[in-house]
Design a binder for this molecule. Structure first.
Ligand code: MN
Length: 298
């Protein structure tokens, strides 16, 4: 295939839509992996996800503009994939600090951070560093679990949003959790839309509800791949049956144009439990559509 937008060499192991490997003042979005899974309660291995997602993204690059979007991502967004955040394995506090330093750099450039986990704990230092620069954010959280368990330490992937709220990182009344299908408190301060309310819903109706709650607030989107049913996403640490289908999520994401997204992540892919790379490809595809969402707000 001859195409002017293709360079002869794709940097090895880089997310396919990234046009550069260093961030600078022109960068719109900075992708980084956080190969961290010490906070996992179930099956470990999410530290291998950033590499797996990037590898799977090789299947997506050939489309000049991804169906059904009407523009080319590469023409609208300058995306840097800076690689993986560096830290000593085994040093959870050090890893969290490294993520905060990374996000601080991204924020100083005025770019939007896009993080590939890692387990869900990586979202906490991202939010801490982001909020330190710009104030609390709204949260749009896709997951099978609420991750707001109050009994976990600050290094527990099941307590991330308990600590985020305790630390004042989240805007009151603007936290939505979608796809939940595990036990959670009826007194939760968050707006929960459980999986069974999504099974037969129309994406357009759910998108409308999200837009009403979020308004023009700065929104951080965090996507735990276990929100999707394990039939489609087996490669994850704590799978739960009865999840959402990829086509519903794709349609829903595309309906969210107009929200003010300030950061995004995809977490909890666990390649050791994957088959035929389907979970990694799903994560890479969702990440691509999320990047198109960011491009559409430009
Ligand atoms: Mn989860």
């Amino acid at each position: 295939m001859t195409n002017a937008n293709y360079s002869l060499y794709q940097p090895a192991n880089t997310f396919v839509f990234a046009s550069k490997s260093k961030m600078d003042k022109d960068t719109d979005v900075v992708i980084a992996g956080v190969p961290f899974d010490l906070a996992t309660s179930g099956r470990p291995g999410a530290r291998f996800a950033p590499t797996a997602i990037r590898q799977a993204s090789a299947n997506l690059g050939w489309e000049q503009r991804r169906h059904p979007w009407k523009f080319s991502l590469r023409r609208k967004l300058k995306i840097a994939d800076v690689g993986d955040v560096n830290f000593s394995h085994g040093d959870a506090p050090g890893a969290m600090q490294a993520v905060r330093e990374h996000i601080g750099k991204v924020m100083d450039l005025g770019a939007i951070p896009f993080t590939f986990g890692g387990d869900h704990l990586v979202t906490l230092p991202v939010l801490q560093a982001m909020v330190a620069k710009r104030g609390p954010v709204a949260l749009l959280h896709f997951d099978a679990h609420t991750d707001d368990y109050s009994g976990g330490s600050e290094f527990d992937h099941g307590s991330v949003f308990y600590h985020a709220r305790e630390q004042g990182l989240l805007l009151d009344g603007k936290v939505m959790q979608l796809g939940i299908r595990t036990d959670h408190s009826s007194k939760t301060p968050f707006e929960v839309i459980p999986a069974e309310q999504l099974w037969y819903a129309k994406a357009v109706d759910i998108a409308e509800r999200i837009k009403q709650t979020m308004g023009d607030a700065p929104v951080y989107l965090t996507f735990d791949i276990d929100c999707i049913d394990p039939a489609f996403a087996p490669g994850t640490g704590t799978p739960v049956i009865g999840g959402i289908s990829p086509h519903f999520i794709l349609e829903l994401l595309r309906q969210l144009q107009g929200l003010n997204f300030v950061g995004m992540d995809v977490v909890e892919v666990c390649p050791a439990y994957d088959h035929s790379q389907i979970t990694s490809l799903l994560a890479a595809t969702l990440a691509t559509d999320m990047l198109y969402l960011l491009a559409s707000q430009k």
